[in-house]
Design a protein around this ligand. Structure first.
Ligand SMILES: [Zn+2]
Length: 356
């Protein structure tokens, strides 16, 4: 670009990469209600450390973010903290109870300008309500994000259902419990023409369903969490509750399928599902521990070592899947950040390593 530094400070970026900030579509900041586990401030700090400039906290707080008052409070607190953009996700149903729709329009038109709704933490059980939400949300171009799980198949489940659960004698959580809801959601997205986002896909079957739906033009985006492209159900053998997550850690074949889906773009975004718990809640025996794992500070490192280095993603694609550049993640939440991966490597034509 031929810039002369003049009096400006020149930073030597040789060998480094400058990229747009990342967007995490799926975090739990626990405020309001469980500030002993995480707050908007501590979560924002973790996000900033991890390379994120925007996070989307899920509404399963206490009180639930199912009205303009709560989403505005979360957004305002995020601005006050001032480290990253905080775009609250609103609940789809009142109190996330799955009985009646929350006031999606009021949240969309509130000062928080909510453009994504989810009952995450739990699925939208009733197909009728999901259909209504997918129809209604089109009026304000919002996305409905579903946590795909059929609770009638997962009640009491402790881990992925497979060989390891059989050996350990723990009640299993079949892949079908996720996949049948993914299938239902895709059919309803197709029926309504609404915008569907699928949270934390974890099985080979789920990504196959999304791939097929995409091919016939269904408006769907999907995310996967770092632990689902990194860890397997073998870790349950340790009975360390840190490995208890929802959806559970799956088989090696599922991990491989998630990696491949991130590589071919079937899964658009890496979202951490950062889900902190108070130490006294999580450090208990496996069966009574709540599901959830941290992710904001480790996602980038895992993306590089597990996806970029083995060749699933190029570095620029890793940035896109992390919500930087022009990714689905960035677009989903209106936090479009212009720019592409830029290199500061010194070379012919860029002897000073100026970012371009
Ligand atoms: Zn979830």
């Amino acid at each position: 670009m031929g810039l002369e530094p003049g009096d400006a400070e020149v930073v030597d970026c040789d060998g480094l990469v400058v990229s747009p900030g990342f967007v995490d579509l799926h975090v739990h900041l626990r405020e309001p209600g469980r500030e002993d586990a995480e707050t908007i401030e501590t979560g924002s700090r973790a996000a900033a450390l991890g390379g994120y400039t925007a996070v989307c906290p899920m509404p399963n707080t206490d009180p639930v973010a199912d009205n303009a008052g709560v989403v505005e409070m979360v957004a305002a607190r995020g601005r006050e903290v001032g480290l990253v953009d905080v775009f609250p996700v609103g609940a789809v149903t009142l109190g996330q109870r799955g009985a009646e729709l929350a006031e999606l329009g009021t949240m969309a038109h509130s000062a928080a300008r909510v453009d994504c709704f989810s009952d995450d933490g739990r699925p939208i059980r009733e197909a009728r309500l999901l259909r209504l939400a997918l129809e209604y949300a089109q009026a304000f171009d919002a996305v409905i994000a579903d946590h795909a799980e059929d609770p009638s198949l997962t009640d009491g489940a402790q881990m992925h259902e497979g060989e390891v659960s059989a050996i350990l004698g723990l009640q299993g959580w079949p892949a079908a419990a996720e996949e049948m809801v993914v299938a239902r959601d895709l059919l309803l997205a197709e029926l309504t023409g609404g915008r569907l986002h699928l949270c934390h896909l974890s099985t080979a079957g789920s990504v196959a369903l999304v791939r097929a739906a995409r091919a016939r033009g269904v408006l769907v985006t999907a995310e996967a969490a770092p632990h689902h492209f990194t860890l397997t159900d073998e870790l349950a053998r340790s009975f360390d509750p840190v490995y208890k997550v929802n959806p559970p850690l799956r088989s090696k074949a599922d991990v491989e399928a998630i990696r491949t889906a991130l590589a071919d773009g079937t899964v658009d975004a890496i979202a951490t599902d950062h889900a902190p718990h108070a130490r006294e809640d999580k450090e208990v025996e496996w069966a009574s521990a709540p599901p959830g794992m941290l992710g904001l500070e480790t996602a980038l490192a895992l993306t590089i070592t597990e996806l970029v280095e083995p060749g699933y993603l190029r570095l620029g694609q890793a940035v896109e899947r992390s919500g930087g550049a022009h990714s689905a993640a960035g677009n989903l939440h209106g936090s479009r950040r212009e720019g592409e991966l830029v290199s500061c490597r010194r070379g012919p034509g860029n002897p000073k390593g100026v970012p371009r």
